[in-house]
Design a binder for this molecule. Structure first.
Ligand SMILES: Cc1ncc(COP(=O)(O)O)c(C=O)c1O
Length: 382
């Protein structure tokens, strides 16, 4: 079956008890046993498993081309659980040179204290990643593609080869692309990470995370840690995320349509010094993005010619674009990464340009988005 069919049906058979077409929200912590150990369908306690979460996990596995999905309370909870499952003190990870700030903080301020070393490296340069790998020590090569917020593109096939040559796992954070635009497991990655808070949920109304894997032994190890640590997705959050997944395909197409028009508009705008979007022929990752992505996504970053204050002013003046962190929802958002999402990497190698603005282009009528940007930027210029 194809993507949209899987998104709507995988893991979502009508409820056997009532025929309910939509998987119910099983808002229960525990389950009656038919005699000691007589579990119905394997459910005994909702940290370990819950039917609404199972539906979400099966759907995620199907649409990522994986064999098992695991749903968590947030993207970072998924990341932390994965690292604890596959790394030990003394191990090492190669991470993106422009990682999402929260992921960087997890490696630098949390995992580091427990003995997991890390080396930032340009994920868009497979040779640089190879050079950063320490054979025997590196257990994980971590990649975001496209990256947040600079939209660099890593070649998943080349990075998988580099990781596997050293006996390491390739982990791909697929949050920005979503499984509709890119399926890293089919390109050789071992683990896909999602902040399902973003495109998967898609409506800015739920925080969640996911891991998807092909290898069932690895799935077993991660599943053990999911239960042992307990940072799981609750039933209502799972239900909201699953509802979001059903429309992921149509939403992503509209996000991409609108983003392409925004890019075209910004490229010609006098207040803008650079537009960063993998769909642009001059983007250094354009060829690789064209090879591994269906389209180029809904995130557009750009630099404001007049500098940081002008970028801050434009963010403040936008009206249809809401000034807010996060991304991937149906409504358009604008943010200043240097002062907002990426404030935690200020002063490090991962610092982002001060004149940078990131847009999460929503699915509103695009003419209203263009008019809003024009207003915000003209005031800046004048
Ligand atoms: C690329 C990426 N990965 C991971 C995360 C973390 O996810 P969460 O906020 O759901 O913990 C984010 C959050 O913005 C993100 O943008």
């Amino acid at each position: 079956m194809h993507f949209e069919t899987l998104a709507i049906h995988a893991g979502q058979e009508p409820d056997p008890l009532t025929g309910a077409v939509v998987p119910p929200i099983y808002q229960t912590s525990t389950y009656k046993q038919d005699g000691v150990g007589g579990l119905r369908g394997g459910y005994e306690y909702s940290r370990s498993a819950n039917p609404t979460r199972t539906a979400l996990e099966e759907c995620l596995a199907a649409i990522e081309g994986g064999r098992r999905g695991l749903a968590f309370a947030s993207g970072l909870a998924a990341e932390d659980t994965l690292l604890r499952a596959v790394c030990r003190p003394g191990d090492h990870a190669v991470i993106p040179g422009d990682a999402y700030g929260g992921s960087y903080r997890l490696f630098a301020k949390v995992q580091d204290a427990w003995g997991l070393g890390h080396t930032p490296s340009a994920g868009h340069d497979a040779d640089a990643v190879r050079a950063a790998i320490r054979t025997g020590e590196t257990k994980v090569v971590w990649v975001e593609t496209p990256t947040n917020p600079l939209l660099n593109i890593g070649d998943i096939e080349a990075l998988a080869a580099a990781a596997h040559d050293a006996g390491a796992l390739l982990v791909v954070d697929n949050t920005f692309a979503s499984p509709y635009l890119q399926q890293p497991l089919t390109l050789g990655a071992d683990v896909v990470v999602h902040s399902t808070t973003k495109y998967c949920g898609g409506h800015s109304d739920v925080v969640g995370g996911a891991l998807v894997v092909r290898d069932l032994d690895l799935a077993e190890r991660i599943g053990f840690h999911q239960n042992a640590i307990g940072a799981v997705s609750g039933p209502f959050d799972s239900w909201l995320t699953l509802r979001g997944l059903k429309t992921l395909g149509v939403r992503m197409d509209r996000h991409c349509d609108n983003a392409e028009k925004v890019v075209d508009f910004l490229t010609r705008h006098p207040a803008v010094s650079q537009v960063i979007y993998p769909g642009l022929a001059e983007h250094p990752g354009h060829a690789v993005a064209s090879k591994q992505m269906k389209r180029y996504g809904g995130i557009v970053s750009f630099r404001v010619a007049a500098g940081e204050q002008a970028a801050l002013d434009a963010c403040a003046r936008a009206q249809v674009f809401t000034l807010a962190e996060s991304l991937g929802g149906i409504e358009s958002l604008i943010e200043h990464p240097g002062r907002m999402t990426h404030a935690s990497v200020a002063g490090t190698d991962l610092e982002v340009p001060a004149d940078l603005i990131r847009l999460s282009v929503g699915i509103e009528t695009v003419d209203d988005l263009l008019a809003d940007l024009d207003r915000a930027l003209h005031t800046t210029a004048g």
